[in-house]
Design a binder for this molecule. Structure first.
Ligand SMILES: NC(=O)c1ccc[n+]([C@@H]2O[C@H](COP(=O)([O-])OP(=O)(O)OC[C@H]3O[C@@H](n4cnc5c(N)ncnc54)[C@H](O)[C@@H]3O)[C@@H](O)[C@H]2O)c1
Ligand SMILES: O=C(O)C(=O)C[C@@H](O)[C@H](O)[C@H](O)COP(=O)(O)O
Ligand SMILES: [Zn+2]
Length: 368
């Protein structure tokens, strides 16, 4: 059985997110239904070794000429170097404007392949086949594509919506537990943003998902995609409400950049820590109660995710973090923007955050 969630409402062509089991094997028929001249897989080396042949064979069986380019696994592949390598390969392979890029992998592959598709011949279609929990619940939906630079996270990119998303729950069976938890952070984030009952479920009946239970994972993916689809449909290009999906990211992206996008923190771990910090900062500013911030932190921690700077093996400097946060895409005219909380399930955008107050907060959190 599959569940289909429609993403629609903006200026973009509506598309389906299909969630279910056995979808990697069905990818050929799903892609062929979109009638491309050919399909070309972009993946990373780890995912290609595990799932590449299943998808390639499915595309071929559906009568599509196909091929594959891989990049090294990991965040470092969201780079100009790998973007250029992927684009060059698409040119060498002779893709045309009606060719389809198939992004097979986690958020790194989805963001990179999506940006390559947005740029190739000024934009060709792509399909997302997310193989991490994080990519299924978040990055494959909504059309944000990007690479990083040493100056910051996702600073070079484009909005380019996929034509379809195929989220195969079975693909998650091979995912290391650290990566399952990492995706769980973005699931928890969705509850924290706008669905307190969902947040409670994630810490109760649904908690088995954080250790890989497929039924709990499927429910978590479906609810997350519903939440994200609704927000993206209202505000594709983040003129307003979509910024709420950035809860925890202003802190989180600053931490990732300070760690040079290495392995110390995954994106999901950085978001988990960033969400806990956003709630604690909100409590410190008397925007939400201390009890609510503690409840948010407890829910994140229960999933085995970091919530404190002391959980990370690095000495962060408050001024360096503030400088990173000032370079965030939400910042306008040099003023910090943060997504803050009134309660679990009730967050808002503050575009006029006092950098001095954040600095004092960061020092209280243990930054130098
Ligand atoms: N575009 C968006 O809206 C959006 C949203 C959230 C996150 N992101 C981006 O997503 C990226 C993080 O994505 P991620 O957490 O998926 O990381 P990732 O793509 O690096 O994948 C994590 C690891 O899991 C491996 N892997 C993937 N699927 C596997 C499978 N089925 N079995 C075994 N191993 C598998 C990968 O090879 C990699 O080593 C970050 O760059 C983040 O900025 C983008
Ligand atoms: O889709 C969105 O909008 C999000 O903010 C989702 C985030 O989880 C994701 O990490 C996104 O890539 C961050 O966007 P950015 O604009 O801060 O780079
Ligand atoms: Zn994120």
């Amino acid at each position: 059985m599959t569940t289909t969630i429609l993403v629609s409402g903006g200026a973009f062509a509506p598309y389906d997110v299909v969630v279910g089991r056995g979808l990697l094997k069905a990818a050929g028929a799903e892609v062929a239904a979109l009638k491309p001249t050919r399909a070309f897989i972009v993946s990373d080396e780890t995912v290609a070794a595990i799932h590449g042949e299943t998808v390639r064979a499915s595309l071929a069986a559906a009568g599509l000429a196909t091929g594959m380019v891989t990049v090294p696994a990991g965040e470092a592949s969201k780079s100009f170097e790998q973007l250029e390598a992927v684009l060059d390969r698409l040119l060498v392979e002779g893709l045309d404007r009606k060719s389809m890029v198939v992004a097979l992998g986690g958020g790194v592959v989805g963001d990179l392949a999506g940006l390559a598709a947005a740029l190739f011949m000024r934009g060709i279609d792509f399909v997302q086949v997310p193989t991490t929990l994080l990519a299924q619940v978040d990055s494959s939906v909504g059309g944000k594509t990007a690479i990083d630079t040493p100056r910051g996270k996702n600073l070079i990119g484009a909005f380019h919506q996929p034509r379809r998303v195929l989220a195969d729950i079975e693909a998650l069976a091979t995912l290391p537990v650290r990566q399952v938890r990492s995706g769980w952070a973005e699931v928890l984030k969705h509850g924290l943003i706008c669905d307190a009952a969902f947040f409670d479920w994630l810490g109760g009946e649904g908690a088995a998902g954080a250790s890989g239970d497929p039924d709990a994972l499927e429910r978590a993916v479906i609810r997350s995609v519903e939440i994200k689809a609704q927000i993206v449909g209202e505000d594709e290009k983040e003129a307003g409400r979509r910024a709420l999906l950035n809860l925890g990211h202003t802190f989180g992206h600053a931490l990732e950049a300070e760690l040079a996008f290495g392995d110390t923190l995954t994106h999901g771990e950085a978001v988990a820590l960033g969400c806990a910090m956003a709630f604690r900062y909100s409590a410190q500013q008397s925007l939400c109660s201390a009890a609510e911030a503690e409840r948010a932190e407890a829910g994140i921690r229960a999933a085995g995710l970091p919530t404190r700077l002391s959980d990370v093996d690095h000495n962060f400097a408050a001024d360096a973090l503030i400088a990173r946060m000032a370079g965030d895409k939400k910042a306008e005219g040099g003023r910090l923007t943060l997504i803050l909380a009134r309660a679990i399930g009730d967050v808002f955008t503050d575009k006029n955050v006092d950098a001095g107050a954040v600095r004092a907060f960061l020092i209280g959190e243990g930054a130098a």
